[in-house]
Design a protein around this ligand. Sequence first.
Ligand SMILES: Nc1ncnc2c1ncn2[C@@H]1O[C@H](COP(=O)(O)OP(=O)(O)OP(=O)(O)O)[C@@H](O)[C@H]1O
Length: 279
Amino acid sequence: MTDLADTAVLPPVPAAKPPAGRAGALEAEAVSAWFGDRKVLDRVSLAMPAHEVTALIGPSGCGKSTFLRILNRMHELIGSAALSGRVLLDGADIYDRGRRITHARREIGMVFQKPNPFPAMSLYENVLAGLKLGGVRAGRDEKDALVEECLTRAGLWNEVRDRLRQPGGALSGGQQQRLCIARALAVRPRVLLMDEPCSALDPTSTRRVEETIADLKSEVTIVIVTHNMQQAARVSDSCAFFLAEQGTPGVIVEHGPTETMFGSPADPRTEDYVSGRFG
Ligand SMILES: Nc1ncnc2c1ncn2[C@@H]1O[C@H](COP(=O)(O)OP(=O)(O)OP(=O)(O)O)[C@@H](O)[C@H]1O
């Protein structure tokens, strides 16, 4: 259980370019979760190695999004929510009493299913929004450099470089999602969590976001929830298959290298799911 009385304000972050290899290794140990009396995850353990893309797959309602939210302390924002277990970022438990919730949120960023840029704010200000929330002061040149760097890393710079003062709401859905990725990157996370980031996008935008994911993993560890098995096969290095059978809490049935999970899974339920026989 955790202390819920922390703020959502980001702490100051340096505006300099991140050192290479800053991606963090994330590890969940025996994580269980509840909404009220209802247990929805049961002792889920999973290693998410640095510089890799880990896909969380499984039928609707098996606890993938809940697990993802636990990885950056968003689960505890829901009134009836509780959890047990540990989440380690490079060996340090993000739920330790001495660690601030804001620290976990900065180190472990999140991109949501529906692109959520600030629609009236300019593209430029959107990218810097996380820094602004944290009260970080930076000079104009520093801000310009950060905006260009993050939009480039998110694969959007070339499309928007001439219209940075336009509102975030003026972009296509796919561009908005990449803007949200740029915004998440601006606070220098070590892990990026993505909850079905392409489910609201057309195939072309989906491909563009997938290319962005592939480019980013040299700098940031990625954990992605997806219902799209082709996407999981395309973007991930390893997969974890979640299942909640007959009203029981969600568990990981099997996890391993994506090639194995799709080519020769050990559990027949994994085989049935990845081949589209259920779910
Ligand atoms: N805010 C909430 N309050 C109560 N129950 C919730 C809440 N959010 C999720 N649940 C329940 O927790 C279980 C796990 O939900 P979760 O959204 O994590 O599953 P999921 O695998 O991500 O599903 P989907 O693929 O449909 O998004 C479900 O039974 C769901 O109804």
